[in-house]
Design a protein around this ligand. Structure first.
Ligand code: FES
Length: 116
């Protein structure tokens, strides 16, 4: 799937709490920081579409706040709960700016959270 890079925020301004939820071209994106670095995932649990940005990030995983599914943030693999893997987005830092590559297509219903 092809995508386009979008500047998000200067790395030095990334929130202390280690996560930032945003919307880019109708995609809900959660950018977070772990011990292993920055990551970007679709801000939507694959179980019942809860916002993962309300969940806790710990040891390379994000936990869904609704029923506790856990996803590996680097790969999107669901490691706690038998749910579909999470969509991840490529991320890079260019000249101090965090950039995320977002698909050129519109998100489908299976990509959108329910809390909006
Ligand atoms: S909505 Fe995330 S585990 Fe159920």
């Amino acid at each position: 799937m092809s995508g386009s890079w979008h500047e998000l925020i200067a790395e030095k301004d990334f929130p202390e709490e280690g996560k930032l939820a945003t919307k880019i071209k109708n995609w809900y994106v959660l950018v977070g920081r772990t011990e292993d670095g920055l990551f970007a995932v679709n801000d939507r649990c694959t179980h019942q579409a809860a916002l993962l940005s309300n969940g806790r990030i710990r040891r390379g995983m994000i936990m869904c706040p609704l029923h506790g599914a856990r996803f590996e943030v680097a790969t999107g693999v669901c490691v706690g709960g038998a749910y579909r893997d999470l969509r991840t987005f490529p991320l890079r830092v260019e000249a101090g700016m965090i950039e995320v590559c977002i698909p050129d297509i519109e998100p489908g219903m299976e990509d959108l959270p329910v809390a909006f």
